[in-house]
Design a protein around this ligand. Structure first.
Ligand code: CA
Length: 220
C-alpha cells in the first residue's frame, strides 16, 4: 500500500514517513500544498495524510480540488489543536477522518489501516485467504498458524492482493501501489516478488491471468 504525506513541518513529516515505512507502506512526502496537490492528482495512493495548515495552498483547498477532480482516495486530515471549525471544514471538503495535533503515531497508523480496510470493503484487521492470514496491525503473515518471513516488498505485494481478493490485479497496479515515487521501478521485479511469494505460499494462492496480471484465489 502506498501513502502520501503532505506536511510542511520537517520534523513531523520525517517522523510520519519513518513510522509509515516501518509499517510496510511505500511513502511519498510533499512539504507544501502545491506539491501535495500535484502528487495526489497524478499518482495513485491508497491513503493520504494531509495537514491542513500548509504553505502555497491550504489543505482544505487541496482536498476540495482532489474531490472535484474525482480523486476518491481515503484522506486523513491533521488539524491544529482547538480548531474544531477546521475539522468541520475538512470533513465537509471530503476528509474521511481527522486527528488533532499532537497525536500518537500508533493512533494515526490504526486510523489509516481502518481507512484502507474500509476502502476495500474489509471489516476485520486480519485478512484471510484459505490458510493464509495477513494481520494488518503488525504486518505479519502466517500460513496454517506458522509465521512467514517476507521482505517488505513481498509483504506489500501480498498485502495489496489480499486487500483485493478474487480481483484481477495488473502488474502496473502492483507497481503503482508498492513503490514510492522516487523508487527505481522495474516491472520485472514484480515478477520476482510474485515468484518468491509463490514459493512461500500454498500452491494456487496466486494465479497468473495470462497477459493481464494476477489474482488471489483461496486454494482448495
Ligand atoms: Ca502545517
Amino acid at each position: 500500500m502506498r501513502v502520501l504525506v503532505v506536511e510542511d513541518e520537517p520534523t513531523l513529516a520525517a517522523q510520519l514517513a519513518e513510522a509509515l515505512r516501518g509499517a510496510a507502506y511505500a511513502v511519498d512526502v510533499a512539504h507544501n500544498g502545491v506539491d501535495g496537490h500535484y502528487a495526489g492528482a497524478v499518482e495513485t495512493y491508497d491513503a493520504v495524510v494531509l495537514d491542513l495548515g500548509l504553505p502555497q495552498m491550504d489543505g482544505i483547498t487541496v482536498l476540495k480540488k482532489w474531490r472535484a477532480a474525482g480523486r476518491g482516495m481515503p484522506v486523513l486530515i491533521l488539524t491544529a489543536r482547538d480548531a474544531w471549525h477546521e475539522k468541520v471544514a475538512g470533513i465537509d471538503a471530503g476528509a474521511d477522518d481527522y486527528l488533532t495535533k499532537p497525536f500518537h503515531m500508533e493512533e494515526l497508523l490504526a486510523r489509516l489501516r481502518a481507512l484502507i480496510r474500509r476502502a476495500g470493503g474489509h471489516a476485520s484487521a486480519e485478512l484471510v485467504c484459505g490458510p493464509v492470514v495477513l494481520d494488518t496491525r503488525n504486518s505479519r503473515v502466517s500460513v496454517d498458524g506458522r509465521a512467514l518471513a517476507l521482505t517488505s516488498h513481498e509483504y506489500r505485494v501480498l498485502d495489496y492482493l489480499m486487500h483485493h481478493p478474487g480481483k484481477l490485479v495488473s502488474r502496473s497496479d502492483l507497481i503503482e501501489h508498492i513503490y514510492a515515487q522516487d523508487f527505481d521501478r522495474d516491472s520485472n521485479t514484480v515478477e520476482v516478488f510474485i515468484a518468491r511469494l509463490r514459493k512461500k505460499l500454498p500452491p494456487g494462492t496466486i494465479e497468473t491471468v495470462r497477459g493481464l496480471g494476477y489474482r488471489l484465489a483461496a486454494p482448495p
